[in-house]
Design a protein around this ligand. Sequence first.
Ligand SMILES: [Zn+2]
Length: 333
Amino acid sequence: MDAKAVAVLAAGSPPPRAVVGRAVNTKVSDRAVKVVVSVTERVAYEVRQTVEPLGFSVRFFNSSQRFDRAHFGSGDTMVRDVRWTQEDGEVVRLDVDTHLQWGWGYAAGYDESGNFFLEIRRPPDLTRGDNVLAGRKVVIDPGHGPEASAVGPLGTTERDVNLAIGFALEGLLAGEGAEVALTRRNVDGPGLGDRPWIAYEAKGDIFVSIHNNALPVTADPAETPRGYMHFYYHPQSRRLAEAVTAAYHSRHPDLPDEGLRWGDLAVCRGTFMPAILTESAYVILPEQEEKLKSPSYQKRLAGSLLEGIREFLKDYQRLQKRLPEERAAAAGR
Ligand SMILES: [Zn+2]
């Protein structure tokens, strides 16, 4: 959050109360459709998103509504309907329905004029060529740095393995014509909370945080098979995590599949693009550390991540080719 956007009230002040409305407008740009709502105060809000179909419910707390206008921007092929209701004495709910099945991410907040905005990203247009990776922007986040995180018995650090896999993935993606941004390129790394912002600023289409696993000292490493697990947070990221899991399943019979995971993780909560966190193997288990420190195995893992990303995009390409509404809402049209 921008410090300039924060105003500290005197102790004992009542929380701000807002009138939400009277107008809601949708505005179309190349990359997004912005739903802008006038409010008299910046009150706390909550955004909930569903997919299949893509829709949003925004709850404004300590608010009352007095809507009497909705203005749908010309050329808006995404928003199907906007409705509002006073849920109870304290909560105003704004529902935004879309013509889309799948979401590519969103941003929400208050703009400089104090209006609330929900910026719904238009999906990339994947129907223009066969290579779904060409022109995509992928943000790779090699986990940790400067701290080493887990260290294996041979002295291998999770930090260094993550970076090596990140570089290998960068090379493979660049070879497919994708644009790549890394959140770090050496042992130093930005803070955890800054990493989703780097991806937002880079306007990434996909965010992949690369990690490797460890266990708490009290855990028995032999209690259960240990291998890979991939995390998502938002519903639009689930299929990406599934596709990466499937790629590992077919390409790494040597590693146990610990299953798909939902996780409340800072790097997965960034809302502006599908985002996952991958744990390929355990740096603290000797036989897996051997693999992780080998450049050829690092490249193999990067190849599996590439495969998962490609399959996720191809899946969406099929949907986009099948559904005219999905195609019409794509970016840059
Ligand atoms: Zn980690």
